[in-house]
Structure formats: structure tokens, C-alpha cells
Design a protein around this ligand. Structure first.
Ligand code: SF4
Length: 427
């Protein structure tokens, strides 16, 4: 073993050991960890769930953050007299295709992994996410940076994303895909497209994106081929021609007319409308854009759900929500507001050690191997270890969801959809 391998192994061990010790700290939450949305408690509670696969058994707050708004001021109505339901029998599955034609895909948990591109995250983290999706029977999305050969073995659980830069989009990666996702916009930076700064464009990333090494890469906003529902339908038809069995998902941010965008997507033939609110994104998204442009997802979900109901098409399209989903309670609240399920990315990063330091785009990138393309730093994530951390987190969330649903006398997560009457506003 050479010096480099020894150093990487030593640091990997240190990171993994640190993550396993942190949740048991007896001296409180470390100063400076997290922020008001992702509090130190939530970060440590996520580490603990990723370690144990269970709900935290200590005093860590694992349900909400401390932002003073949105999900953090929504709680559950007290409920004493409900029919008894065995929590082990609660069904968490949701359909991803509600239309009369095409593949009938269901996922056993109301969650899948959101797009984080090759280049913005390390290959090892990407593989860990794909392995976890396969183990859980759900999906993860490639993001817009192309489809590395190393995730091909997991292709039945990988969503191919097609975004405005068209980086790495190839006919075979559309043909692989059970689901193809058009990313029209991202909630963390609507109207800005994507950007990958030069430092992260290594030879592998440049090759995948058919570009030059150490050159900043920008994907435009918007798709210059789409200015109407009819244009969008041509996109959907293009995918259905290349891969007739693929479901089509449409990822959009949350402008004030997001309900119109959703109904347009339905009429264009999409199976999934995925709305992305303003609290997601890695530390690479510009601070000025995050939290200041897109509508918070808590407002966008009921707006879209109610409009689809009023148009009589709600039961023909799946509504997925993302952009600030941190906990099982956030997932349940999003569904009670009208979503069918949620898409998560940052929470998976926290499961493998993200501390919310915000340095994703600086220099060599993430010091724990998540948002980096540096060959040494990337090795800090062992794909099998990352897979288990993500699987454990989803299992812990599933337990909490089952407890919550059973307490309301609900036998299926589908019965929770749109049950705003079960929510209360605290402040
Ligand atoms: S720990 Fe890594 S992924 Fe998390 S915010 Fe810091 S640099 Fe980004």
C-alpha cells in the first residue's frame, strides 16, 4: 500500500469513527454546527439515524428545525380517539405512474433521491446513493452531469436527468432509464441555470461533459427549445420515442404560477411533476439565490395540489416535493399538504457526514468526500459504508412515518395526502 492509500485510509477511518461517536456526545451539541434550518440537533440526529436505522433514543431534536417558519411551525393535531392500526402493517408505498398507460412503477417508501451531478458530487457518493436506492427499492437521480459507467449496474434504480446544459446526455442513458427527469429549474437557483466552477472540472468530469478540463461549466436557463406546453410535449414525445417504457418526470422550481406549470406538464404527458422549493441545494448554490427567489415548498405544495384537484386530474399525476425536506416529519407534513411523496438530497449528504459548512465549491471541495472531484478527498466515502448510512436513515424515517400514521388511524401513506386538517400552526 502506497503513502496516498495509507493517508486516505487513516482519514476515512477518522471520519467514520467521528460520525459514530458524535451522536453519543455527553456535552451537548458542538458550537457552530448547523444553522436555523439544519440545526446542530438535526444534523446529529441524522447521523444517529444513519448509524442505527432507528429513531434517536436520546434528547436530540429529530423532527423539526428552528427556522421560525414553514415546516418548523407546523405540528400535528392532538388526536386521542382514533381506530387502532398496527404500525407494522402501515403501507408506505406510492405509485409513480397514475396514468392509464405505461409501466406501473411503485416505490415502497414515499421518497427518492434527487439529482446531484457527477462533478458537483464525488463518484463514490454517487455510487453509494445508487446502491442505497437499489437496496431500498427506490430511485436516485443522476443530476445533470452525465451517467458514469460505474452506476450502470444500478440502472434499474437510477433516474436519468436531462437538463439545459445537456451534459453527458446520450441515447443509451435514456434507454437505460426507468424514469427520465427533465430539469427545467432548481429551487435553490431558479432562473440561473447550473454552474460548476473550474477547480472541480477534472479530466473525468470534462470527458463526461464533453468539455475542457479546469474550465467553468454553465448550463443555461431556460431550455431554449421550450417556451410553451406544446414545446414541452415535444420533449416528452422525444423521450417516449427513444424509450417507450420510461416514465417522464418534470422538475421545476416554485414560481408564483407553479400551479399553471404543473397543469401544463400534465397535459404534455408527464407522469411526475416534481416541484423544488427554495431551501435545497448544496453550498455551491449562490447565497443570494437560495432562500430569496423560489417560493418555500410549504406554500407551493398546497397551491399545486389544490389546483390539480380543481382541474380534476389530481389522481392522474404524481406530485413529488423537494427543497428543504430534512426529516420524516417534514415528509409527512409535505404529504399532508398535498404531495404524494418527497425527493431528498441534502439529508443523504448529512447521513454520510455533511456538516453544513458551506464549502462545497471552494478549492478542492468537500473535506469529507461528498461534494468534491478531488481523487484523494473522494475516497473518504466508501460506497458500501455510504449505502448503509442512507439505507439506515430511510429505515429510521419509515419507522417514524409508520408511528405517525398509525397514531392517526391511517393504514396507508396515500390516505395522508392532502389531510391539512391534521396539521396545526404553532405560532
Ligand atoms: S460538509 Fe461537504 S457537502 Fe457538506 S456543506 Fe461542507 S463541503 Fe458541502
Amino acid at each position: 500500500m502506497g503513502n496516498l492509500e495509507l493517508i486516505v485510509e487513516k482519514h476515512t477511518e477518522r471520519i467514520h469513527r467521528g460520525l459514530e461517536v458524535l451522536p453519543t456526545l455527553k456535552h451537548g451539541v458542538p458550537d457552530g454546527l448547523g444553522n436555523k434550518r439544519w440545526t446542530g440537533d438535526l444534523i446529529l440526529a441524522t447521523y444517529e439515524q444513519a448509524l442505527t436505522g432507528d429513531i434517536p433514543q436520546n434528547d436530540l431534536e429529530y423532527k423539526t428545525g428552528n427556522s421560525g417558519g414553514g415546516f418548523d411551525v407546523l405540528g400535528w393535531k392532538s388526536h386521542d380517539r382514533v381506530a387502532k392500526v398496527d404500525q407494522d402493517q402501515v403501507d408506505l408505498s406510492i405509485p409513480l405512474n397514475k396514468r392509464g398507460d405505461g409501466e406501473k412503477i411503485e416505490i415502497p417508501v414515499p421518497i427518492y433521491g434527487g439529482g446531484m451531478s457527477f462533478g458537483s458530487i464525488s463518484l463514490n457518493f454517487m455510487i453509494a446513493r445508487a446502491r442505497a436506492a437499489r437496496r431500498l427499492g427506490t430511485y436516485t437521480s443522476t443530476g445533470e452531469g452525465g451517467y458514469p459507467d460505474q452506476i450502470v449496474p444500478y440502472r434499474n434504480h437510477v433516474i436519468t436527468q436531462v437538463a439545459t446544459g445537456m451534459f453527458g446526455v446520450r441515447e443509451e442513458t435514456i434507454q437505460y432509464a426507468p424514469i427520465v427527469e427533465f430539469k427545467y429549474a432548481q429551487g435553490a437557483k431558479p432562473g440561473l441555470g447550473g454552474h460548476l466552477l473550474a477547480d472541480k472540472v477534472t479530466s473525468e468530469v470534462a470527458k463526461m461533459r464533453e468539455s475542457s478540463m479546469f474550465t467553468s461549466l454553465y448550463s443555461p436557463f431556460p431550455f431554449h427549445s421550450v417556451y410553451s406546453v406544446e414545446d414541452h410535449k415535444k420533449h416528452v414525445d422525444w423521450i417516449k420515442t427513444v424509450n417507450p417504457r420510461a416514465l417522464v418526470s418534470v422538475k421545476v422550481s416554485t414560481p408564483t404560477d407553479v400551479d399553471m406549470v404543473a397543469i401544463g406538464s400534465y397535459y404534455a404527458g408527464a407522469n411526475i411533476i416534481h416541484i423544488d422549493g427554495g431551501y435545497g441545494g448544496t453550498g455551491a448554490a449562490p447565497e443570494i439565490a437560495k432562500k430569496n427567489i423560489a417560493m418555500p415548498i410549504e406554500y407551493a405544495i398546497p397551491k399545486v395540489h389544490d389546483y390539480l384537484v380543481s382541474e380534476g386530474v389530481r389522481d392522474e399525476i404524481t406530485l413529488m416535493a423537494s427543497g428543504g425536506i430534512r426529516t420524516a416529519d417534514d415528509i409527512a407534513k409535505a404529504i399532508a399538504l398535498g404531495a404524494d411523496g418527497c425527493v431528498v438530497a441534502t439529508a443523504e449528504a448529512v447521513a454520510v457526514g455533511c456538516t453544513h459548512c458551506g464549502n462545497c465549491e471552494r478549492g478542492r471541495g468537500c473535506q469529507v468526500g461528498i461534494t468534491t472531484t478531488d481523487p484523494e478527498l473522494s475516497q473518504f466515502i466508501d460506497p458500501e459504508w455510504g449505502e448503509m448510512r442512507i439505507v439506515n436513515l430511510f429505515n429510521a424515517w419509515s419507522k417514524r412515518l409508520r408511528i405517525l400514521l398509525a397514531s392517526f388511524g391511517l393504514e396507508s401513506i396515500r390516505e395522508l395526502r392532502g389531510r391539512k386538517d391534521l396539521l396545526v400552526r404553532y405560532k
